[in-house]
Design a protein around this ligand. Structure first.
Ligand SMILES: O=C(O)CCC(=O)N[C@@H](C(=O)O)c1ccccc1
Length: 368
């Protein structure tokens, strides 16, 4: 395919309720959507970087800038470009994995639409539905947390992930276990808020049979996680630290994690995400699909990825209405605690024009 132009759409979607993590509270989701035009088709991608560089060093406008100034000209210089070629062509530019992932996703969507193949087929999905997990932010009170968790369990969610930070960890975990019992699949996500000296506070969670503790320490503290794994019983899962298949293989070999959260945007795209899946599967390491509050575009791709055989733990694959009153695509709805894997060509979903207009704050066309 020959690239003929790229549209960057800056969108802002209001969140149904504030979402508080150890690195801040979000009330809206600012994202950059990418529409590529080729000689044959068009395709959509979603850049998952947040508005500010709090989760990672990338942020929405940094992605737009690097795509506009460097990535589109590099892809345009290629006689023809396939999704498989994107990582190699852009390897000359260091980092900016979320920007690269969004562009690769859009080209993969265009390519698959051209060939009438779904993301699920192309990635090697083996299921047509995936269990849905939900992420619960840090709350102002235990009662508010219990009300929220109870509502999600009522809706049928198969897994509850609680955001934690020092001072909000043992009490919420204990309260959820005491109220809802030991059957609920429960895990926690620290977003790198702890130090190795906090090991006792994390070990205090061991009696509550958590499925995992996600990214307790800093993203660069691989050996610290390996030490922590010797001090706590609960399996350690890494998120921010796993930026590539190399990082995943190294972290596993060093005993820094027993489970991996795969986020396609964080690792540079769905093709690298599949490589991480394959590497973890061959090492017997379970993986699950992490979320970045994606619109229906990224959600469709994540659900397809989560249908691969090594994704044995429920991911952050909640229904659209967990975050948004109105999604920009046909909304994803829970069906008995699962989400259906889209079967149409490419992503299987496209933005609904009038809904996309409503949330668009800026749009730029990059001619090639
Ligand atoms: O359900 C979702 O899409 C969000 C899941 C979630 O909690 N994501 C976290 C994370 O650190 O994993 C996050 C929140 C906000 C911003 C970035 C990441």
């Amino acid at each position: 395919m020959k690239l003929t132009g790229v549209e960057l759409r800056h969108v802002t979607l209001p969140l149904i309720s504030p979402f508080r993590t150890s690195f801040g509270t979000a009330t809206t989701r600012d994202a950059v959507l990418i529409r590529v035009e080729t000689t044959e088709q068009q395709g959509w991608g979603e850049c998952v970087a947040m508005a500010e560089p709090r989760y990672s060093s990338e942020y929405a406008s940094s992605c737009a800038e690097v795509i506009r100034r460097f990535f589109v000209p590099a892809l345009a210089a290629a006689k023809s470009v396939r999704a498989d070629d994107v990582a190699g062509i852009l390897a000359v530019f260091r980092g900016h994995r979320m920007a690269k992932a969004g562009l690769e996703m859009a080209l993969l969507d265009a390519e698959l639409r051209e060939h009438g193949q779904s993301f699920a087929e192309a990635l090697g999905a083996t299921r047509d539905r995936v269990p849905s997990g939900v992420s619960v932010g840090i709350m102002d009170s235990t009662q508010a947390l219990l009300d929220t968790v109870g509502d999600y369990l009522e809706q049928g969610y198969r897994r509850i992930k609680l955001k934690i930070e020092p001072g909000w960890d043992l009490a919420p975990v204990r309260a959820v276990r005491e109220r809802f019992g030991s059957e609920v699949v429960l895990q926690v996500d620290a977003n790198a808020a702890y130090q190795i000296s906090d090991a006792p506070a994390l070990a205090a969670l061991d009696p509550y049979e958590l499925a995992l503790i996600e990214q307790p320490l800093g993203e660069e503290d691989i050996l610290g996680h390996a030490d922590l794994a010797q001090l706590v019983q609960t399996p350690i899962c890494l998120d921010e630290s796993i930026t590539s298949v190399q990082a995943a293989v190294d972290a596993i070999r060093l005993g820094a994690c027993q489970i991996v959260n795969i986020k396609p945007g964080r690792v540079g795209g769905y093709l690298e995400a599949r490589r991480i899946h394959d590497a973890c599967l061959s090492r017997g390491v379970p993986v699950w699909c992490g979320g970045m509050l994606e619109t229906g575009l990224g959600r469709a791709a994540n659900v397809a990825l989560a249908a691969l055989p090594g994704f044995t733990l429920p991911g952050d694959l909640s229904a659209s209405d967990r975050y948004y009153r109105t999604d920009i695509t046909v909304p994803f709805r829970l069906d008995d605690g699962n989400l259906p894997v889209p079967g149409g060509p490419g992503l299987g979903v496209t933005p609904i024009p009038e809904l996309l207009e409503e949330v668009t704050t800026a749009s730029e066309w990059i001619p090639v």
